[in-house]
Design a protein around this ligand. Structure first.
Ligand code: GDP
Ligand code: MG
Length: 278
């Protein structure tokens, strides 16, 4: 008598087919029959129950087993944690390198003459700690004439990257204003991750007299804002990946402690709900 098996491809919504497997058949017989039945190049078989163990010997088939047949892949590998979407705004004074570090990360090139008035959002998929996420980065225009837009930039974000120029006196002062706005907006919703970034490290490494803040001072400032401090160079790429990785880890930690954030409102609704005096 043959063993009756329900076999299907390793695809979402794949339909099962019945395969009558001869009692004296071996795994090669099974792969040949499965290839014909499913019209694929069958290489591996997995029991479709529990943690989907691989079936390595024909004697392991039982009557009416549900079997997933693949062309070599392991269906268990598909069970990566769900992709999450993360939104952030890059904030800071004009000329500190917001566009340069955004483009270095999402496009991997260095810009020398990016239009300072361009405000743009970039979408990219990244993997950090084996988990994929969709990252939406808003690169803002830092000039004073745009200050009315600041609350809009900051609404509906999972966090911010605060950038100043390690060589640029006063560029850290704008960040205090962003932090102040953040404290007003925060009460409206979820916790937000903040990375404090001292950019253009290559310039101050070359000429330390240009440095406006020591690393210790940067860390202390970050601490007062419950942020993490990092020094980067968009020019050389130094610490750019680390910056975004640390940011994503902070967002994940926030979501783990606050799994049901009040983030279902649209940005527009949030702006309407919240009154900020500029
Ligand atoms: P934004 O106004 O904050 O967006 O600043 P930009 O990204 O447009 O950068 C302003 C200028 O600084 C540009 O000429 C960039 O090439 C330069 N720049 C940005 N980041 C770095 C860096 O890490 N090192 C050096 N040497 N120059 C940088
Ligand atoms: Mg810019």
């Amino acid at each position: 008598m043959a063993t009756r098996l329900a076999i299907k491809e390793n695809k979402e919504g794949a339909k099962s087919e019945i395969l009558m497997f001869p009692k004296d058949g071996d795994m090669q017989t099974f792969m040949d029959l499965a290839s014909q039945t499913l019209n694929i190049n069958a290489k591996r078989a997995f029991l479709d129950s529990g943690d989907q163990p691989e079936i390595k010997a024909a004697s392991n088939f039982s009557q009416d087993d549900n079997v997933i047949v693949t062309e070599g892949e392991d269906p268990n590998d598909d069970e990566k944690p769900e992709e999450m979407s993360i939104r952030l705004a890059v904030l800071g004074a004009g000329g500190v390198g917001k566009s340069a570090l955004t483009l270095r990360y999402v496009r991997d090139f260095f810009v020398t003459d990016w239009d300072p008035t361009i405000e743009d959002a970039y979408r990219t998929t990244v993997e950090v700690d084996n988990i994929c996420c969709q990252l939406e980065v808003l690169d803002t225009a830092g000039q004073d004439d745009f200050s009315a837009l600041r609350p809009q930039w900051m609404m509906g974000k999972d966090g911010y990257i605060f950038v100043f120029g390690l060589d640029r006196e006063g560029s850290e002062n704008d960040l205090a204003q962003y932090y102040e706005l953040h404290t007003q907006l925060k009460e409206e919703g979820q916790p937000r991750a903040i990375m404090l970034v001292g950019n253009k490290k290559d310039l101050v490494d070359e000429d330390p007299s240009k440095r406006i803040m020591t690393e210790e001072e940067g860390k202390a400032l970050a601490k007062s804002w419950e942020a993490e401090y990092i020094e980067t160079s968009a020019k050389t790429g130094h610490n750019i990946d680390e910056l975004f990785q640390k940011f994503i880890r902070q967002v994940r930690a926030n979501r783990a402690t606050d799994p049901d954030p009040k983030d279902t409102e649209t940005e527009e609704q949030q702006v309407d709900d919240c009154c900020i005096i500029l």
